[in-house]
Design a protein around this ligand. Sequence first.
Ligand code: HEM
Length: 202
Amino acid sequence: HVAARRARPGDDLITHLIAAEEAGDRLSTEELVATCVLLLNAGHEATVHAIGNGVHAILANGADPAALFAEEAATAATVEEILRFDPPLHLFTRLALEEVEVFGHQFRRGETVGCLLAAANRDPARYAEPDRFDPSRGGAGQLTFGAGIHFCVGAPLARLELGLALPALFSRIPRLRLSRPAIFADRYHFRGLEAMWLRAGN
Ligand code: HEM
């Protein structure tokens, strides 16, 4: 695609990435490919699953979409609670750069540490009744986008997408409901739906 767009530019993302430059510097083909992979995995797939998980959380918990998306503040709170309750990414890892003790656990240099973001989101010390889907709590403080220097650079875009897609879906199909239990995919990295059967009317 990169070669094809170099030969014949179009009005698309790859063409814009090829044209992008900073101080006379352009992205190499390897960098373009890496950026496309990143945008597809980080930018597209995570948001797809967040939207699917969100629709499921609303319907499986019998929440009333008309109230959830009644106005901007309610929509924002619903989006945060969806991100807390059923995030599309559960696990990121870190390498210990030096010997360190964290919360009483000793790590040696080079050891891998699994950070279970989704489990942190259900921490009973942080949230009352953490297993309850409750948009009124606003999901504040969830770790779905990570923390620290690697905090998700696409978080504002993801929040925007969720806040637009979900109200659009439920205003077009207000009586949307599950017609049988959904199936979550058995994947290592992404937590998302394999299949969700929906009914649009009575
Ligand atoms: C609901 C959707 C999303 C979720 C749950 C999510 C989650 C995350 C998490 C947990 C991290 C931190 C990884 C780590 O600490 O190692 C991260 C990093 C990142 N995300 Fe997202 N993300 C989402 C959407 C997006 C979007 C829409 C984009 C771009 C268009 C994006 C681009 C990135 C990039 C570039 C990083 C790496 C940042 C760095 O290492 O400095 N993400 N994301």
